[in-house]
Design a protein around this ligand. Structure first.
Ligand SMILES: Cc1cc2nc3c(=O)[nH]c(=O)nc-3n(C[C@H](O)[C@H](O)[C@H](O)COP(=O)(O)OP(=O)(O)OC[C@H]3O[C@@H](n4cnc5c(N)ncnc54)[C@H](O)[C@@H]3O)c2cc1C
Length: 301
């Protein structure tokens, strides 16, 4: 099947913040061959190529994205057990990965059930929760480069750290597949209980009823958590237009209605300035701004 390019597709509904303009072209790719075809097409035309997973860690500009946006939440969906390994396409959702491991009778993936992202984006950032991260269950990954090469990395080669990896230096590299290890057999009841415990803890600490993108900032090293710093700077409830710092968890920015990307960016800048001024800590964004964060890099294509 050759992937269709849908023109002028709204991207806001494809993100958890429900913010942002349209994609000039939106594409899905069932397999690697179609990924390569899209990469080659973008290269030939001189168009930028953007990767969008489930849009849970991304702010898309109000003007939208030029070129092709590859919608991974609908692409690369393979998920297969091979002995003590579980192979997942980049577009597989983390809750599906966690459910599948649980269904096969293996523990260790429960912490991923509450993270509403895809495998590919999670590898890129070493997503994690509850003191665990992807590095603990990941064996190796395959990455497609704009030169249409397929690179294989063992986990140790990815330099996975707190919300960081080698892949952050290569924004044009697409994670296409990841292999996880199934090492901890456990009774279904034990896994289920753990899933419920983690879900309840998440509900207690995070705002569930509003559109958000999870933690906006990384927790700084050698300093209190970002949420604590933002709260200490007196910013809980601070608004710019319809973007507001959550009253429940200060590292969350809520879209209270029709917030624009411009409003969220202004609020993010205000938080960084105030936390720096009052707490002496420079907060680094975890959330990706598109196209802003990648525009310079795309220029090199
Ligand atoms: C309510 C809520 C709770 C959350 N809780 C957590 C949590 O506990 N822990 C945590 O770590 N995160 C958390 N997040 C953030 C988010 O879910 C994760 O960062 C997740 O890994 C993002 O996946 P995504 O598919 O939504 O990525 P997107 O937001 O679509 O994309 C994020 C970035 O990854 C890039 N990208 C996407 N797919 C690929 C790919 N295949 N290859 C290369 N680059 C790619 C995109 O271009 C973009 O730069 C939370 C978010 C929400 C909304």
């Amino acid at each position: 099947m050759r992937s269709a390019l849908l023109q002028n597709q709204p991207l806001a509904p494809l993100t958890t913040w429900k913010i942002g303009g349209a994609a000039q072209y939106l594409a899905v790719a069932a397999g690697l061959e179609e990924v390569y075809r899209l990469m080659a097409l973008a290269y030939d035309r001189g168009w930028p190529l953007w990767f969008l997973g489930r849009g849970s860690n991304i702010l898309i500009d109000d003007a939208g994205l030029p070129g092709i946006t590859l919608h991974l939440a609908k692409s690369l969906q393979g998920l297969e057990q091979k002995g003590d390994r579980l192979r997942a396409g980049a577009g597989v959702s983390l809750p599906r990965l966690a459910r599948t491991a649980a269904g096969l009778g293996f523990a260790g993936f429960e912490f991923l059930a509450g993270i509403p992202g895809t495998v590919g984006a999670a590898v890129r950032l070493n997503a994690g929760a509850d003191g665990l991260d992807l590095a603990g269950v990941l064996q190796r990954v395959w990455v497609a480069t704009p030169q249409l090469q397929l690179l294989e990395f063992q986990t140790a080669e990815l330099n996975l750290g707190y919300r960081s990896s080698l892949l952050l230096n290569f924004p044009h590299w697409l994670v296409v597949e990841a292999e996880f290890v199934l090492t901890r057999p456990a009774p279904a009841e034990t896994i289920k209980r753990r899933l419920h415990e983690l879900q309840a803890a998440r509900r207690a600490r995070q705002p569930a009823n509003y559109r958000n993108c999870g933690s906006v900032f990384k927790n700084p090293t050698g300093a209190p958590a970002a949420g604590f710093l933002i709260e200490s700077a007196g910013l809980k409830g601070r608004r710019v237009g319809e973007a507001q710092v959550s009253l429940k968890h200060a590292n969350f920015i809520l879209n209270q209605g029709r917030a624009s990307a411009g409003q969220v960016k202004a609020l993010v800048a205000e938080i960084q300035e105030e936390v720096w001024r009052t707490q002496g800590v420079a907060l680094e964004r975890e959330v990706v701004f598109l196209p802003d964060d990648l525009l310079a890099a795309n220029g090199e294509l």
